[in-house]
Design a protein around this ligand. Structure first.
Ligand code: DAH
Length: 357
């Protein structure tokens, strides 16, 4: 796989800025977590969610102690702009920038990994990252072992609080894990509808990572990171990861910042667009003739024709039919259906002998 290896489809995603859309479920979740941090630790955490997606190999891999021969370092797994810069594969790449000026921070962003595409996989997704560091001396701790104990305790308490805020009162468990940049490393699992879900990776910063960040040797702390989609699919009941990238109104209109964490109501069809046709009947009128005329004009877009009204006035009979237009593969515009409807109004009188009302 030659470098660069970023396809036009991926370039299209770079401009989507989903985490800036206030009524998108991922933004709603991101904000809920940030608000939780503000409530529990007022003024402690700074959030940054607009870092550029292009990062150096140094920040994304090298300074995080990810070895040269790890598969994630190859263009089979990662999108490279050139040999020194990549599309971030995780928000952890920005820890170094944040660690310069902050002792506690959150980072959110879209991340990219070459992957298959199905309901659970997509080459882009969103992560939320967090970290908090302290100084041994200023806490009165005498060595790094004490620091590790303190950080682990703080980490678990903090993360359990976030998980409870989002998932509610659920069972959780901690599993040993491995990340090159933390030691020890842990994973949080939460029990969701009877099944254990891998929810988040975290750990105590490896001392060499903090050294690479330019911190003095008394610094220690914890870090975590996880995929927002993975949480959002559970709490919003969203069945397919591709929906997060959809501009389909039937998806986007279901969520709002005000409503918060609500359940997604699935849809399988494109919306129906209907138009009514009212007319005075001729001496002889056969409904099937009307159906045929409507189909001649609307073709496969016609899903249904139904009689919705009839009445008699001064010996004349009136009928109104509702025509349901629906496409199997796209949303129809009102304008495009109006064109069909105008044609129908031209043809119906000559073909059926009706008088339009
Ligand atoms: N960067 C990791 C990933 O993409 C997630 C992660 C794990 C982030 C542990 C962290 C951490 O900050 O401490 O899978």
């Amino acid at each position: 796989m030659a470098i660069p290896n970023i396809s036009p489809k991926i370039y299209e995603l770079l401009g989507k800025k989903i985490l800036q859309r206030q009524n998108h479920p991922l933004t709603i979740l991101k904000n809920k977590i940030y608000e939780h941090f503000q409530k529990v630790y007022p003024g402690v955490f700074t959030m940054k969610d607009d870092f550029p997606q292009r990062v150096s190999v140094e920040d994304n891999f090298v300074k995080l102690l990810i070895p040269d021969d790890h598969p994630t370092r190859f263009p089979t797994d990662t999108y490279f702009f050139d040999k020194n810069t990549v599309l971030r594969t995780h928000t952890t790449a920005h820890d170094f920038e944040m660690l310069k000026n902050h002792n506690a921070f959150l980072i959110a962003g879209d991340v990219y990994r070459r992957d298959e595409i199905d309901a659970k996989h997509y080459p882009a997704f969103h992560q939320l990252e967090g970290a908090r560091i302290w100084n041994l001396e200023s806490l009165g701790l005498s060595n790094h072992n004490q620091g590790k104990e303190f950080a682990l305790y703080e980490l678990k308490k903090t993360i359990e609080g976030v998980a409870e805020e989002v998932f509610g009162d659920i069972e959780m468990r901690w599993i040993d894990a491995y990340f090159p940049f933390t030691e020890p490393s842990l994973e949080l699992e939460v029990k969701w509808q009877g099944e254990w879900l891998e929810a988040l990776g975290c750990g105590v910063y490896h001392p060499n990572v903090l050294k690479n960040a330019g911190k003095d040797s008394n610094t220690f702390g914890w870090a975590f990171g996880f995929g927002l989609e993975r949480w959002a699919m559970k709490v919003f009941d969203i069945p397919d990861i591709r929906l997060f990238w959809s501009d389909d109104k039937r998806f986007t209109s279901q969520f709002s910042a005000e409503k918060g964490l609500t359940k997604f109501v699935p849809f399988s069809k494109y919306p129906v667009c209907y138009k009514d046709l009212s007319f005075w009947l001729p001496e002889i009128f056969v409904e099937n003739d009307l159906f045929e005329v409507v189909r001649d004009v609307g073709g496969d877009l016609v899903e249904k024709v139904e009689k919705i009204d009839e009445f008699e006035k001064k010996g004349k009979k009136s009928r109104c039919y509702r025509i349901h237009y629906r496409s199997m593969d796209r949303s129809l515009s009102n304008e495009e259906i109006d064109v069909l409807q105008v044609r129908l109004r031209e043809i119906a009188p000559e073909k059926l002998g009706v008088v339009l009302r």
